[in-house]
Design a protein around this ligand. Structure first.
Ligand code: PGA
Length: 238
């Protein structure tokens, strides 16, 4: 079954969350959906028995990290997954420095990792996609092999230029890139990983994306914010 991740980013207020929960009403049509709301709303989803994840974790367990949230605190709220290395974290919070430590911490505390990787538009145009993806994969995996298994790490391939832009690579391009990611991680690290696609997935393009054979799921941002649209979208996913 495909894995569907709803990344709310820094959106929605408490009243919107209440309405959202009311609308979806535990009616996800047997789809495997993980919600990634802001940390303060994780418990609301967990209390209603949804799978929940954190959009990020601190690189430290506890201590002098003002503004950060510990993985142990997030676990208390009910997370079983966390995103790591989302391009917005890499861009605004210098996340590349902390990704390896975050991966180790998540694995140590038995939280499943969704590692986000993706190239910029310049890198895409310069045919550097694979080089960039390999670099991001190595940075995350190289020092953490002893902690990682096929079941605790998933890759989300999100071309930066496709996030929130309504631009999307061709099916052929996505399929080839996913295949190269799987092959690289298997040959280099002996791990068989699942790969999700993310970036401007919506209810209009999902049927086209569903034709791609090697996609294991989706990471959905803006199209997950409206519960009606989101339900329409996930009902089109096999
Ligand atoms: P988008 O975001 O669906 O709004 O493009 C995806 C993401 O950043 O995870």
């Amino acid at each position: 079954m495909k894995l569907i991740c709803a990344n709310f980013k820094m959106n929605l207020l408490k009243k919107d969350i209440n309405l959202y929960l009311k609308k979806i009403n535990n009616n996800l049509n047997n789809k495997k959906v993980i919600f990634f709301p802001s940390n303060i709303y994780i418990k609301d989803f967990h209390d209603k028995n949804y799978l929940v994840g954190a959009q990020d974790i601190s690189f430290q367990e506890f201590g002098a990290c003002t503004g950060d949230t510990s993985i142990l605190q997030l676990k208390e709220l009910g997370i079983t997954y966390t995103l790591i290395g989302h391009s917005e974290r890499r861009q605004f919070f210098n996340d590349d420095l902390y990704i390896s430590k975050k991966i180790a911490l998540a694995a140590k505390h038995k939280i499943k990792i969704i590692l986000c990787i993706g190239e910029s538009i310049e890198e895409f145009k310069d045919n550097k996609t694979l080089e960039i993806l390999k670099k991001e994969i190595d940075l995350a995996l190289k020092n953490n092999l002893k902690y990682l298994t096929t079941s605790n790490i998933i890759i989300a391939y999100e071309p930066i230029w496709a996030i929130g832009t309504n631009k999307i690579p061709t099916n052929l391009c996505i399929q080839e890139t996913i295949s190269l990611i799987k092959k690289y991680i298997f040959t280099t690290y002996n791990l068989k990983v699942k790969v999700l696609y993310g970036g401007s997935v919506n209810e209009n393009n999902i049927l086209e994306l569903e034709k791609i054979k090697n996609i294991d799921g989706y990471l959905i941002g803006s199209s997950s914010l409206n519960p009606d649209n989101f339900l329409t979208l996930i009902n089109k996913i096999n």
